[in-house]
Ligand binder design. Structure first.
Ligand code: ITT
Length: 179
């Protein structure tokens, strides 16, 4: 199954999760046009539809984001840009002194089956840590607390509970039923 993403961290995790479900995930490393919007499902669906005119065979993409409650869902759909600009240090700074540290990750997979696009969603609840912790994973993992560890301290354990795991699980089950 072809995974189109420029993000190696996403691909590595999807590959490992695929192994559990007997699905071989292959990487097509490319940056595609991502439409602007406030709804991750809409963004993923439209982006896959646009991309399907270029890649004619089945593929999937994944749009994900970190939503922080005290910041009204920021960075949400802008997670990639915010990570590249202010990064984890910026998130810690924005959250300094904030008592409500609740946050969640959302992953939306859009799968083009050769004629139609199907979407699958996964979510995981956690909190923003007080400081950057851990060196595994990628992106916002060092500031996302799941229980008493950050995702960046969990390593492969992250793949048991993550938003990506949950979205991929529904997706792979769908593919098995609709080969
Ligand atoms: P593609 O669009 O090419 O797939 P991207 O990195 O631009 O790659 P997104 O647009 O979906 O991906 O942006 C999501 C941002 O959220 C990006 O900065 C990721 O690093 C971050 N992110 C997504 N999933 C994450 C996870 O499991 N752990 C930590 N950060 C994550």
């Amino acid at each position: 199954m072809l995974f189109v993403t420029s993000n190696e961290g996403k691909y590595r995790e999807a590959k490992k999760i695929g192994e559990k479900y007997g699905v071989k995930v292959e990487w097509k490393k490319m940056k595609y046009l991502e439409i602007q919007g406030s709804n991750l499902v809409e963004i993923a669906r439209k982006s896959a539809e646009l991309l399907s005119s270029e890649i004619k065979k089945p593929f999937f993409i994944e749009d994900s984001g970190l939503f922080i409650e005290a910041l009204n869902g920021f960075p949400g759909p802008y997670s990639s840009f915010v990570f590249k600009t202010i990064g984890n240090e910026g998130i810690i700074r924005l959250m300094k002194g904030e008592k409500n540290r609740k946050a969640y990750f959302l992953a939306v997979i859009a799968y083009f089956d050769g004629s139609d696009v199907h979407t699958f969603v996964g979510r995981v609840e956690g909190e923003i840590s007080e400081e950057i912790r851990g060196d595994k994973g990628f992106g916002y993992d060092p500031v996302f607390l799941y229980g008493d560890k950050t995702f960046a301290e969990m390593g492969d354990e992250k793949n048991e509970v993550s938003h990506r795991r949950r979205a991929l699980e529904s997706f792979f089950e769908f593919v098995k039923l609709n080969p």
